[in-house]
Design a protein around this ligand. Structure first.
Ligand code: NAD
Ligand code: UDP
Ligand code: UDP
Length: 321
């Protein structure tokens, strides 16, 4: 089969950079588009010499004219402190970004995949979350720029499918972690690991009884690629995540154990609208993609700890940036 030219928006970020790498390994030409709002050239600099890789600095809220076969739309700040820093820009990235990528896909007849999120379920009162659940989202809360932006993007994808018969795919990604998470994006896995490696206090927000289900990045990337390869009739949304659920306190204890840290656990206030529990019902992914997450938290954390341990030694400045 002919190799494809594939556009990855947000390709300079944590997940996008791994996706670019994986698509290149499969022999494709990859165009990475990023405005480096939260991403970093550091994540992709090892790809810059590859003749099949091209980097375009561009903000997806503006139109983009390229010739590609497939589009993965990942551009969007993903961690609460980043997406809340400029909520208007977050909504624009979700909504105008989706419109532009859908317009591009429509002109080309290209397949387009949206990186949606478990946040579309808000603070869910159905557990575990199934794709049919419509969610419990505060439209005017601190998280709404992201949650409602991502919900609107799903609506746009669906509308282009209905109106223009566009081959669309939507994956709802649950908390994913691994090497190349931004050290300062405030997400729980990177925070706890960096705190533990430096024997600083581990900051648990609230009681620590709230739960999350953590998926290792390689499992996630595999699922995204499988989703893109499904027949046109398969649009999703499909939950992608690891269904093994942990409390935040259990995560803190595991990180302390794996790092051999002397850190103490401290409690800080819980941010508003923080979801109490989250776990994917991953049965649709199993059926449609023949996929399930296989990396246990302990194993994925050990690899992520190695990464941050090296990063702290090689580039302490970046860890503080
Ligand atoms: P990230 O912040 O590392 O990556 C996002 C990338 O998008 C960054 O490189 C950033 O610079 C770029 N970007 C932001 N706004 C842009 C714009 N207007 N134009 C061009 N580029 C822009 O985050 P990530 O964890 O890699 O997340 C990637 C995608 O997956 C996001 O869409 C996110 O919503 C989604 N997602 C991630 C998770 C997770 O746990 N990591 C969970 C659910 C959904
Ligand atoms: N667009 C783009 N690249 C393209 C084609 C379209 O960025 O190759 C953008 C353009 O800004 C347009 C949007 O996608 O406004 C939506 O395109 P569509 O064709 O759906 O709508 P229209 O052009 O009528 O606004
Ligand atoms: N959290 C925490 N300490 C931290 C960072 C986060 O206790 O230093 C909590 C946060 O309140 C939430 C959970 O960990 O309940 C996951 O937070 P994250 O920002 O990683 O992801 P999200 O809330 O978007 O799932």
């Amino acid at each position: 089969m002919k190799n494809k030219t594939i556009l990855v928006t947000g390709g300079g970020g944590f997940l996008g950079s791994h996706l670019c790498e994986r698509l290149l390994e499969e022999g494709n030409d990859v165009i990475c588009v990023d405005n480096f709002y939260t991403g970093s050239k550091r994540n992709i600099r090892h790809l810059l010499d590859n003749p099949k890789f091209e980097l375009i600095r561009h903000d997806v809220t503006f139109p983009l004219y390229l010739e590609v076969d497939e589009i993965y739309n990942l551009a969007c700040p993903a961690s609460p402190i980043h997406y809340q820093r400029d909520p208007v820009q977050t909504v624009k990235t979700c909504v105008h970004g989706a419109i532009n990528m859908l317009g591009l896909a429509k002109r080309l007849g290209a397949k387009v995949l949206q990186a949606s999120t478990s946040e579309v379920y808000g603070d869910p009162d159905i557990h575990p979350q199934v794709e049919e659940y419509w969610g419990n989202v505060n439209p005017v809360g601190l998280r709404s720029c992201y949650d409602e932006g991502k919900r609107c993007a799903e609506t746009l994808f669906h509308a282009y499918r209905l109106q223009c018969n566009l081959p669309i795919k939507i994956v709802r990604i649950f908390n994913t972690y691994g090497p190349r998470m931004h050290p300062n994006d405030g997400r729980v896995v990177s925070n706890f690991i960096l705190q533990a490696l430096q024997d600083e206090d581990i900051t648990i927000y609230g009681s620590g009884d709230q739960t999350r289900s953590f998926c290792y990045r390689d499992d996630l990337i595999e699922a995204m690629i499988r989703m893109m390869a499904t027949p046109d009739g398969v649009t999703g949304p499909v939950n992608i995540g690891n269904p093994t659920e942990f409390t935040i306190l259990e995560l803190a204890e595991l990180v302390i154990e794996l790092t051999g840290s002397r850190s103490k656990i401290v409690r800080l206030p819980l941010p508003s609208d923080d979801p109490k529990q989250r776990r994917p019902d991953a049965s649709k992914a199993r059926k449609l993609l023949d996929w399930q997450a296989t990396t246990p938290l302990r194993e994925g954390l050990a690899r992520t700890i190695d990464y941050f341990d090296r990063l702290l030694k090689e580039d302490p400045e970046f860890c503080r940036s």
